[in-house]
Design a protein around this ligand. Structure first.
Ligand code: ADP
Ligand code: MG
Length: 323
């Protein structure tokens, strides 16, 4: 294998959770309304994502998996510029270069499904198969051919937890898609896919958390904030139940967190933290989501506007308008 190709694969495929993120995003891009994610041994021995999306045309499968532009990466500078491209069109190729991959897919006009296999970047062939319209991608033995990468993985249970976080974030940001998560043979949840955030939260975060959540819906200029927050008396001992999304993408962000928590000031018990699932929609040119596809940090052109929008929206939801 080309070293450059493996380096690039390492950049996009860091661990099982990064594979799951790419596959789930592809399913959603393909218009799926139902997606099932299955992992075994934390995703190291198996990651399977099955969807009812458009399917991949037989003639196109190979193209989707082969990186045609390996020559793009020859210098350090090239690698850096690749970051900013966000690896568009490279996820499947990267995954296939470091695992054993099987794809079973069928499009609407096709009578049969197509089963395609590729291992360590080597195509093993294609044969007819059967399944309803949609795609199932199975990724086995991640990093079997890159022991150095394998060494960076944590124990299976931790990798499984990272996968769980990834699946939850996507399930919460796409309540219109029914997402099932099967970990080590056990169905952990299945969101209804009815488009209602509250029912997705109920499935993913549990009924205890979902009880009495307050709806958030406000806008300020170009910024609009929506979602659900915990009532002050139901606040928790940690920040583990705070989820923020910007323009549909999961982020970790201090400004949003501080704005939300500040809005609760005076209503919280000592040492308690609110929980939330908050979606901020804002002009894309005012937020820099930059760098690596796996990174969750963002930077704002106008930090204060973000603070004010989130603060105001949460205040309103708590029934204490203004500031
Ligand atoms: P990108 O998503 O950036 O285009 P990927 O390597 O993730 O690159 O996927 C390559 C292509 O394979 C996609 O553009 C899409 O055409 C096709 N594809 C991948 N996964 C699916 C899927 N689950 N359903 C339908 N098409 C898919
Ligand atoms: Mg993709």
């Amino acid at each position: 294998k080309h070293t450059a190709e493996l380096i690039a694969a390492g950049e996009v495929v860091e661990r099982p959770a990064s594979v799951v993120k790419e596959l789930l995003e592809n399913s959603i891009d393909a218009g799926a309304t139902k997606v099932a994610v299955t992992i075994e041994r934390g995703g190291v021995s198996l990651i399977q994502v099955a969807d009812n999306g458009s399917g991949i045309e037989a003639e196109y499968i190979s193209t989707a998996f082969i990186r045609h532009a390996t020559s793009k990466i020859q210098t350090q500078e090239d690698l850096e510029s690749i970051h900013t491209l966000g690896f568009r069109g490279e996820a499947l190729a990267s995954i296939a270069s470091v695992a054993r991959v099987e794809v079973l897919t069928r499009t609407e006009p096709d009578e049969f499904a197509c089963c395609y296999r590729i291992e360590g970047g080597e195509e093993l062939g294609m044969e007819p198969g059967a399944r309803p319209i949609g795609t199932t991608i199975s990724v086995r033995d991640l990093f079997y051919n890159t022991p150095a990468r394998m060494k960076f993985l944590k124990k299976d249970s931790s990798e499984g937890t990272f996968v769980g976080e990834t699946v939850s974030r996507i399930a919460l940001s796409h309540p219109e898609v029914s997402v099932s998560f099967i970990r080590e043979g056990k169905l952990l949840y299945k969101t209804p896919g009815d488009g209602d955030l509250r029912s997705a939260v109920y499935a993913v975060l549990g009924k205890e958390f979902a009880r009495d959540l307050l709806p958030v819906k406000s806008s300020m200029g170009n910024y609009s904030v929506s979602g659900l927050i915990t009532p002050p008396r139901a606040c928790r001992a940690s920040r583990g139940m705070q989820f923020f999304f910007i323009n549909g993408r999961f982020v970790k962000n201090r400004t949003m967190m501080a704005a939300m928590e500040n809005a609760y000031r005076g209503t919280l018990m000592q040492g308690k933290f609110p929980g939330c699932v908050l979606m901020l929609d804002m002009p894309a040119q005012l937020v820099d989501v930059n760098v690596h596809p796996a990174k969750t940090e963002v930077r704002f052109a106008r930090e204060n506007d973000v603070f004010d929008a989130v603060y105001g929206a949460v205040k309103n939801a708590l029934g204490q308008p203004g500031s």
